[in-house]
Design a protein around this ligand. Sequence first.
Ligand code: NAP
Length: 279
Amino acid sequence: MTVAIIGIGLIGGSLAITLKENGFAGHIIGIDASQENLDKAIRRRLIDEDLPLEEGVKKADLIILATPVDAMLTLLPQVLDLVEDQVVIDVGSTKAELLNTVDQHPRRSRYVATHPMAGTEFSGPEAAIPNLFDHKCAVLIDADCSAPEAVKLVRKMYESIPMTIVELDREAHDLHSAYVSHISHISSFALALTVLEKERDEGRIFELASGGFSSTVRLAKSSPNMWIPIFRQNRDHVLDVLDEHINQLARFRSLLIKKDFDTFYQLIAQANDIKRILR
Ligand code: NAP
């Protein structure tokens, strides 16, 4: 099978390694806005060749969109204009706006919306790694709008990795992604800014950063090029969960002011309940 990947960065590049290694893809074509990224992808052997969009799409059996989500809004209709019986997927972190854009497209059924729930804080082809997706979850969104054999191929692709598959509709996907993933990034960006503001001695940050600080602030290393389009598209759900997060921070602040450490203790014990869900 020939697979074309548009956007050969962390997610596109990691999929390229995985699908080549496990034999799902025999030939991988890279398509990217940046020739520098394509050259790096060739040097790292993530892709077999790079081609312009139209040529790459025509030559592929499966086309994977892996650019930031704002670029997908123009790329997906363009790609659907070019396909006949090929299958197109995206791996973007938000779905409602993208799916609304192509609802009426004559080739809509050739497209399957997906979101592999795996990543790191790094970007670009140099960040691509094998095993990124192993045993993680892949979400198929509004799969009943896609041709059954297209969904079957996409299931086969994710199962080859192997990933577990769940199905959601576009609203539920964006809501739950805001509640779990998007808020974690805002929280980490805010923590990094807090520490950079209060602790002006960078040497001290480095010396005193224990495992706790490093792991909590890890997501703050993520690229604004990828995250701003996500916050723009999922603004309402993110605002909803951000309000709750600010309320929780305000509760801790108020308890500290009142020196009410009994209630503080209870809140931490309640927070520990997350251990039941995530070991
Ligand atoms: P990334 O490492 O920055 O890769 C994106 C690639 O797309 C870059 O090579 C970028 O080139 C290229 N690109 C940008 N605009 C383009 C365009 N118009 N046409 C062709 N190529 C273009 O980003 P990523 O982390 O792999 O994220 C890719 C997608 O996966 C996003 O939609 C994101 O929401 C989704 N996702 C990310 C994660 C995660 O944890 N990172 C997890 C799951 C899903 P430049 O570098 O020159 O801009």
